[in-house]
Design a protein around this ligand. Sequence first.
Ligand code: AMP
Ligand code: ZN
Length: 479
Amino acid sequence: MLFRKSEKGPVLTLHNTLSGNDEVFLPLKPPTVLMYSCGPTVYDHVHIGNLRSYVFSDILKRSLKLHGYKVKHTINLTDFGHLTDDADSGEDKMTVALKRLGKPFTLDSMKEVAAIYTESFKSDMETLNILPPTTYAAASEYIVKEIALVRTLVEKGYTYETSDGIYFDIQKFPQYGKLGNIDVQKLKDGARVEVNKEKHHPADFAVWKKSPLGWESPWGTGFPGWHIECTAMVFATLGKQIDIHTGGIDHIHTHHNGEIAQAEAATKKPYVKYWMHNAFITIDATKVSKSLGNGIRLTQLKDRGYHPLVYRYWLLTGHYRSPMNFTFEALDGAKQAWFRLRKHIYEEWKSAKGGVPSESYWKQFTEAISNDLDTPKALAVVWNVVGDKTLTPKDKIATLRKMDSVLGLGLSEDPDTVMRSLGVVEVEDLPEEVKLLMGERDSARKAKDWEQADRVRQQINLAGYLVEDTPDGPRVTKA
Ligand code: AMP
Ligand code: ZN
């Protein structure tokens, strides 16, 4: 039977990469949902593309909560073992970072580097209003479990040894490639000249890599393969069978098929019930400044005058399975929309106590979000609420606050608190253009031309600043 707290709400359907269809969500052991999200390789700062993956899993988690579920969620941190080529060739990415930073090749310096980028990742997650997972699992802290999983696979006869590692023999697991319908024969026929001639099949993957830098194991010093890390951390933090596993689409073919093969070979049970993948953010290189390159970071958006939640808003204007092309023009549109939304809330906030959320808008909203997380449609409902003249301000605010429990756009916080979090800017530190606008707004207000004052305020908003009037004069904050 479908578990739902409120029998009135819509059924939650999610797109499952495993079947290629939208399916009604039925967890293994309601009311708990076990969910794992592939985390970043902490050899560098994450870019805004990576962050889509976590805004998506955040919306998913908030939607599951909306449906009355308790979510146990793990995000891993890959602090070794992810090679520059996902399919087991190239260099370990952490080693690349050690070289780039001029650090010695030791586990201690690897840990140091991982700590820097882990902190940076967690800070981006927080500023994007992403709810923290139950567990952040660093691969290096689960080494004993990872070795144990490799040992199980070795003992069950799924592996073979080469001069550089222990490999999973995909021909011993006939269902290999079921995620995303990989044609394994085609993989073999179409393989470029195999880099590692000792492999039995081009899709075989390392479960243990021999290396002078690493940990002791029955197969010599080295480190576990990237897929092993995730599976071992799923087992250790959530269990042998879980409800949802998320990641970007680039992980489907190699990483997630590898995880399924190892897990199901080890346990003989279905590993994950729903596999969910977000599409990619591409960046229109011609429209991005060369100095930023393609790997734009969230902090770089902040430096350019965009509040992080503007980026979150922009992401929600696209469905998580649709590719989105990032441009600053598109972000400007999101900025304007987010500011308008916030401004509306700001103006209504003071009279907002004791409102009751609108049932009909709430129904439309939950229907949209329950339909494979249709955030563009959910945002359209938000705007319909804003524009509805029949709702009282307090009911509007109550409705928007309730919707924000899923959207996480900072709409349910006191506007003053949000303003303060943006950082107050002294007028003399403002750019000339904004100083002039402040002067214009002041004149318009003195002439009691409120419409003009408001128009100028919008222009100030678009330049990346918010202005509010306090008993001590106008206060300006940077977005
Ligand atoms: P990685 O550190 O490469 O494992 O990436 C962390 C997460 O970000 C994974 O789930 C990737 O699939 C995802 N990802 C990487 N690049 C992008 C992108 N441009 N757009 C969306 N997701 C991405
Ligand atoms: Zn993973």
